[in-house]
Design a protein around this ligand. Structure first.
Ligand code: B12
Length: 450
């Protein structure tokens, strides 16, 4: 079979089954379909084929353009597959995008046989890029597109979509939604919520992921902002229409917002809460990423009254000195106030994400975080700061001369998890740091549970 475009999503977290749909390529697949192209998404994260089977697929299925997506943790896989495709389908033009490419387009272009990569949002680029590659047209001036012109790195103008509502819903028909509707499950916080309110758990679906905005205005040193600091937001109308659409099409009534900062706009949040109460009374929500200093009693109460059952906030540490070092722009008091409020309203995070191993971290900062977590009575889990490309931590490592071989580093991050030690930024030797984190986790993991 020949396609205009095949978009590949590589396997991640190999010790687990796939959990979340590959939204990046689903949005782009939909944009290409709307422009009249014949598109397939090869979701290798669900398929988990051995390499021989992937090779067999590409012997049978060809495309004019083949695109690769994914995080830095799949760089090794894209290196293998793009090399293979260069041999199997020399006529195909190869492109990349997503977090493996956006923070380091030149590095990627110099080491992988890609004709172009997209930096940041893919929608402004994908249709003109595919058209130019299919027809041998010039890439000059294409928004968000980078390539090597006879060995010279060239990057087109940077573009952000001004009106996010112009982006059509993701291409759900391009992936195995039957699989994904069963892959997520119900969080313990939902069970608790249903019990409290006398709602039969069976009347609530597994959670369904959605995005209401792109970008994050904050500057935490360990976090990589895929879309940059500027935040663009879908209108409440768009998000309500999207929820109605997925309710109708997939029978889901449990929405997980995976935005970088869901509660950045107070007015939007109140409008959303009012609309969902009126129009979607039996729809339930949890928030994957919220900002502590933007949660006050009024906001939390409003969310509680609008069927939000869990709000996760980025905690990382309860030591002000370390929070400052991370550039969080938050104090431990702000975190505590928000978490206490969320707890009062039965919306506390199921598990707080904690980080240990920054250069300034010491016994005292660990003790403070462990003790505060235990006092709060909310479980937590420590992971280690991993300097992904594009983060301030990565830049710091580079400037300290600790990262000479950048491509070698990307290859080291093969299927990496932030609970494992890849780079030690702390003052302790590896074994000591690992032991401290393991001991701390034993003290905070099951806090408040039984
Ligand atoms: C959902 C999610 C996950 C899911 C998996 C998602 C999936 N389907 O694979 C889960 C929970 C499993 C996960 C795990 C991890 N994640 Co994660 N995750 C996210 C999250 C919250 C949303 C991703 C998403 O769907 N975004 C929405 C879509 C629309 O954006 P997008 O993918 O960037 O796509 C756009 C562009 O990039 C571009 N594009 C994308 N693909 C392509 C392809 C082509 C060909 C083109 C042209 C363009 C293009 O166009 C798209 C539309 O504009 C992001 C943060 C965020 N809010 O974006 C972090 C994020 C991607 N994750 C991150 C990290 C660090 C991890 C972990 C390593 C953490 C850990 N626990 O160890 C693990 C991975 C471990 C491993 N071994 O691989 C980092 C990645 C950093 C990096 N440099 O790679 C992010 C950015 C979070 C952060 N701020 O640090 N994650």
């Amino acid at each position: 079979m020949h396609y205009d475009v095949i978009l590949v999503y590589p396997p991640i977290m190999m010790q687990y089954k796939a959990s979340d749909p590959p939204f990046g390529v689903m949005y782009l697949g939909r944009a290409l379909q709307d422009a009249g192209y014949d598109v397939a998404i090869l979701d290798l994260n669900v398929l988990r084929w051995p390499k021989e089977r992937v090779e067999a697929y590409f012997r049978e299925n060809t495309a004019s353009v083949i695109g690769f997506s994914g995080m830095t943790t799949v760089y090794y896989y894209i290196k293998w597959l793009s090399g293979l495709l260069k041999e199997l389908q020399p006529q195909a033009r190869l492109i990349g995008g997503g977090s493996f490419a956006t923070p380091c387009p030149e590095l990627v272009l110099r080491h992988l046989p890609l004709d172009a990569v997209v930096v940041g949002e893919g929608e402004p680029a994908i249709v003109p890029l595919v058209e130019a590659l299919r027809t041998g047209g010039s890439l000059a001036g294409l928004p968000n597109v980078a390539w090597l012109d006879n060995g010279t790195f060239v990057q087109g103008p940077a573009a952000r979509i001004a009106d996010l509502d112009t982006v059509p819903f993701p291409g759900y028909d391009l992936v195995d939604m039957d699989y994904y509707l069963h892959s997520t499950g119900k969080r313990p916080s939902l069970m608790h919520y249903c019990e409290l309110r006398g709602i039969p758990l069976s009347s609530v679906s597994n959670y369904f992921i959605m995005f209401s905005r792109r970008g994050c205005p904050f500057k935490c040193s360990f976090c990589y902002r895929n879309f940059g600091n500027k935040v663009t937001v879908h209108s409440v109308d768009y998000v309500i229409a999207h929820i109605k659409y997925v309710r109708e099409r997939f029978g889901v009534n449990n929405i997980a917002f995976y935005d970088e900062t869901f509660n950045a706009n107070r007015k939007w949040l109140f409008e959303f809460c009012e609309r969902t109460r009126k129009e979607l009374p039996d729809t339930y929500y949890w928030v994957g990423g919220a900002r502590a200093d933007l949660l006050d009693r009024e906001v939390v109460a409003e969310m509680h009254n609008s069927n939000f059952y869990e709000v996760s906030i980025g905690v990382e540490s309860f030591d002000d000195r370390i929070l400052k070092e991370m550039g969080k722009g938050l104090t431990s008091r702000m975190l505590l106030d928000a978490l206490t409020l969320l707890k009062q309203y039965h919306m506390a995070p199921s598990c707080m994400g904690l980080l240990y191993g920054f250069p300034g971290d010491d016994e005292e900062s660990l003790r403070k975080t462990v003790e505060t977590t235990r006092q709060l009575g909310i479980p937590g889990y420590f992971q280690l700061p991993l300097p992904f490309p594009g983060t301030k931590l990565y830049k710091r490592l580079r400037s300290e001369g600790r990262l000479q071989d950048e491509e070698g580093f990307l290859l080291t991050l093969r299927d990496a998890m932030t609970m494992d030690l890849f780079v030690n930024l702390s003052r302790y030797p590896d074994a000591e740091l690992t032991r401290m984190v393991a001991e701390a986790n034993a003290q905070v993991q099951n806090v408040g549970q039984g």
